[in-house]
Design a protein. Structure first.
Length: 329
């Protein structure tokens, strides 16, 4: 018998919700669970069904399924997914981050969980294992779990209906299902979107990324709310006029802005170590990600104008009653 955790069983024993909102949601969600299990329990004489039970569609389920998408590759979808997962778990939510980047998975690496991955989403879809056997619990946060993608398979091998069913099943167990979408607009993108109820589009302030984000926004279902994260903003470059500003991006995309994340080399360091950026003390990037998580939870947290922030050197100078112009002479 291995020491692997059995996430599904343990989730049932999670601590009581922290906020009134959580308590109401939990109270509203609780009664049907035992009743539903009791009602569908097969008679003892019948063998246990091998095939996965088809769950209600995502729109009827209690959790929120959010796809993190972009069009252009390398703009920060996986980084955002992992960190929002951590921040939402810290807020007392049950969260699963679902790597839908079949063949190029790396959410497990970003979360430092690559050595714990045994099974993956395709194993669940093709009924080689149960869902709880494929879920991997985070090293630190007990209510954060990862559903890994298959590494040696192709995105086209998954049928959209299977993704819808799997995401629906996840929303039965989790408050948030964050789906890390592959780059591009092909089958992998369609599969990642099909089971979701909401979208977050990530872009960097570059013309090519913004154009791809615009294309992706147009490909989402009409009734799917889509919000925007601008990642890797460099305030100094915006001030110089060499990088698109938040307003420039919003002029093209016209989506609801849910957050702006500054560019920070430390993100790459943290990511390479498999640590969340939200855990980096004093990190402006980590704070920006936590604010986004709070907004997803409905909190009214203003989006600060990063270009108005003083850099470290200017802060020191202002404390000494100098300005940068004074310093230059
Ligand atoms: N705010 C940031 N500051 C600095 N580096 C960042 C930031 N966000 C992401 N990165 C870095 O950018 C690179 C790409 O990030 P990530 O893998 O999250 O993008 P992605 O959109 O998931 O890529 P892909 O399309 O290939 O899946 C990584 O090296 C990551 O550490
Ligand atoms: Mg990625």
């Amino acid at each position: 018998m291995s020491n692997e955790v059995r996430p599904q069983e343990e989730l049932i024993a999670l601590p009581a919700p922290k906020t009134i909102g959580d308590a109401l949601a939990a109270a509203a969600a609780q009664p049907p669970e035992p009743v539903a299990v009791a009602a569908v329990e097969p008679p003892p004489a019948e063998p246990a069904p091998k095939k996965r039970v088809r769950m209600p569609r995502a729109t009827e389920a209690k959790g929120r399924a959010i796809v993190i998408t972009s069009g252009k590759g390398g703009v920060g979808k996986t980084t955002v997914t992992a960190n929002l997962g951590a921040a939402l778990a810290d807020a007392g939510k049950r969260v699963v981050v679902f790597d839908a980047d079949v063949g190029l998975r790396n959410l497990d690496v970003v979360m430092g969980l690559e050595n714990r991955v045994r099974m993956h989403a395709l194993d669940v879809i093709e009924e080689r294992c149960e869902l709880d056997e494929a879920l991997v619990r985070d090293r630190v946060r007990r209510s954060l779990l990862l559903l890994p993608a298959a590494q040696n398979r192709d995105k086209d091998e998954i049928e959209p209906e299977d993704m819808t069913d799997l995401v629906s099943e996840l929303t039965e167990q989790f408050d948030f299902v964050l789906i890390d979408c592959p780059a591009g607009i092909e089958q992998g993108f369609r599969n990642a979107v099909v089971g979701a109820q909401e979208a977050i589009i990530v872009t960097t302030p570059e013309v090519s990324a913004v154009r791809d984000a615009d294309r992706v926004a147009g490909l989402l279902p009409n009734d799917m709310p889509a919000r925007l994260i601008i990642n890797r903003l460099r305030p100094a470059l915006v001030k110089k006029g060499t990088m698109m500003s938040v307003d420039d991006v919003l002029e093209v995309l016209r989506l609801e802005l849910v957050g702006v994340i500054p560019d920070d080399r430390e993100v790459i360091v943290a990511t390479n170590r498999g640590n969340p950026v939200v855990d980096m003390p004093g990190s402006a990037t980590g704070q920006a990600l936590r604010r986004i998580a709070a907004r997803l939870l409905g909190e009214n947290v203003p989006i600060p104008d990063l270009t108005q922030r003083k850099d470290w050197f200017s802060n020191v100078l202002s404390k000494l009653n100098f300005s940068r112009a004074d310093a230059k002479g």
